[in-house]
Design a protein around this ligand. Structure first.
Ligand SMILES: [Zn+2]
Length: 160
């Protein structure tokens, strides 16, 4: 008697090319320099990171650029207990509102116990070595706690 088939490994691969456009190219080049550049809407003054070249709310071009400090605040997070390639569980992914930005971005949070991650936690990016940087988001390895006091609820309540 043979055992029933219950699992099949099926390696898959997807190659693709991405054409980022002017705003995203400038953003990706800023990451290559170890900076995070956003763009401000001239009408509603929201700051977009990463910038897309236009405000999605106002429909106008965003040309004013500003360099953020890179520090931010955890607004939402998830502790994952399932293995993922390159990540040992448990690990934390968080939506982080970078200081000066009006939208959040998702990053890993490390250099602390997952149980210590909390809403309002202040974090900063850990960059790959300068010699290894390329024009992509992989330049930010993860975020880590700054040790600063937590942000006040009013600072991030609209981003939860
Ligand atoms: Zn706008």
């Amino acid at each position: 008697m043979t055992e029933p088939v219950t699992m099949v490994d099926t390696p898959i691969r997807l190659d693709y090319s991405y054409t980022p456009g002017v705003a995203s190219s400038r953003f990706l080049r800023s990451l290559e320099r170890g900076e995070i550049v956003g763009q401000r809407c001239p009408r509603c003054h929201k700051v977009y990171v990463p910038p897309r070249g236009a405000c999605s709310m106002c429909g106008v071009a965003t040309e004013e650029e500003l360099t953020l400090t890179g520090k931010g605040t955890v607004t939402t997070f998830c502790i994952t207990n399932v293995p993922s390639p390159g990540l040992v569980p448990p690990y934390v992914t968080a939506w982080i509102r970078l200081d000066g930005a009006d939208i959040t971005s998702m990053f890993l949070v490390q250099e602390c116990e997952p149980a210590d991650v909390r809403l309002g936690m202040r974090v900063e990016p850990v960059w790959v070595e300068e010699s290894e940087r390329e024009a992509n988001m992989g330049n930010i390895r993860y975020f880590r706690p700054t040790g600063e006091p937590d942000a006040s609820y009013d600072d991030y309540k609209d981003y939860i």
